[in-house]
Design a protein around this ligand. Structure first.
Ligand code: DGL
Length: 265
């Protein structure tokens, strides 16, 4: 059986890969990080859709059986188009986090933080409202969070001050649940927790997305036969692999060796 394909605008999607490896330890994974064109979160809808279509075509050439769009920005903006264009199962990362948040909130005040493109798309707000229209949604772009994580500023005072400043309106809005709607934000969890207070529930969708993938694989009869040996993990990027390797350590907790640069998307 073929591998699970995963793509992200860069390295952040490894938060999802880590969970896929944990929950589906037998499955092969092929990852593509579009490091030459990251960030997606500041780009236009047309560009994000075009990049996402090209990323899917690359993964299809690797003969994957299912594709996970690990990037929140692509999932928010391109998922409907991608599903229309391809027959293969394609899964995004928005609905899993939303379901969990709708279930978790007690005061029906939910916050969402993400890139500007994701927030402007209203994907999270619309999905929450579709499930429960009585929930008030407070959605906020935090454009400095991605560069903070990529710089490795995860604990410093300056990072905390930035987090605090961004999240102030959400704290004032008294949300009791906060969706981390971007691949990078789980790495800032401890600062976000400190800024929002311990009673606010943080929703990190990676675990839930992996659980959804597991369910689809079982339902569609796509599981890899156990007898087919140890799983393989292939990592592809569109820019030189060194920066990716360095950052990957932060996301996965260990270094990656087999990262290759593609010739063209
Ligand atoms: N992967 C993106 C996301 O989850 C964050 C980085 C970017 O802006 O491309 O929205």
């Amino acid at each position: 059986m073929k591998a699970i394909g995963v793509f992200d605008s860069g390295v952040g999607g490894l938060t999802v890969v880590k969970e896929l490896m944990r929950q589906l330890p037998n499955e092969d994974i092929i990852y593509f990080g579009d490091t030459a064109r990251v960030p997606y979160g500041t780009k236009s809808k047309e560009t994000i859709i075009r990049f996402s279509l090209e990323n899917i075509l690359f993964l299809l050439r690797q003969e994957v059986k299912l594709i996970v769009v690990a990037c929140n920005t692509s999932s928010s903006i391109a998922l409907t188009t991608l599903k229309r264009h391809f027959k293969i199962p394609i899964m995004g990362v928005i609905s899993a986090g939303v379901k969990e948040a709708v279930y978790a909130t007690k005061n029906k005040r939910v916050g969402v933080i993400a890139t500007s493109a994701t927030i402007n798309s209203l994907a999270y707000t619309n999905e929450i409202k579709r499930i429960d229209s009585s929930i008030s949604v407070f959605a906020l772009a935090c454009p400095l969070f991605v560069p903070l994580v990529e710089e490795g500023w995860l604990k410093q005072k300056i990072a905390f001050d930035i987090v605090l400043k961004y999240l102030k309106p959400l704290e004032e809005a008294r949300v009791d649940t906060l969706i981390l709607g971007c691949t990078h934000y789980p790495l800032l969890k401890s600062l976000i927790k400190k800024a929002m207070g311990r009673d606010v529930r943080l929703i990190d969708s990676a675990k839930l997305v992996a659980a959804e993938v597991k369910q689809v694989i079982l339902e569609e009869g796509l599981s890899k036969a156990k007898s087919n040996g140890k799983p393989y993990y292939n990592f592809w990027v569109s820019d030189e692999p060194n920066k990716f390797k360095e950052l990957a350590k932060r996301f996965l907790g260990y270094s990656l060796k087999n990262v290759r640069k593609i010739q063209s998307v």
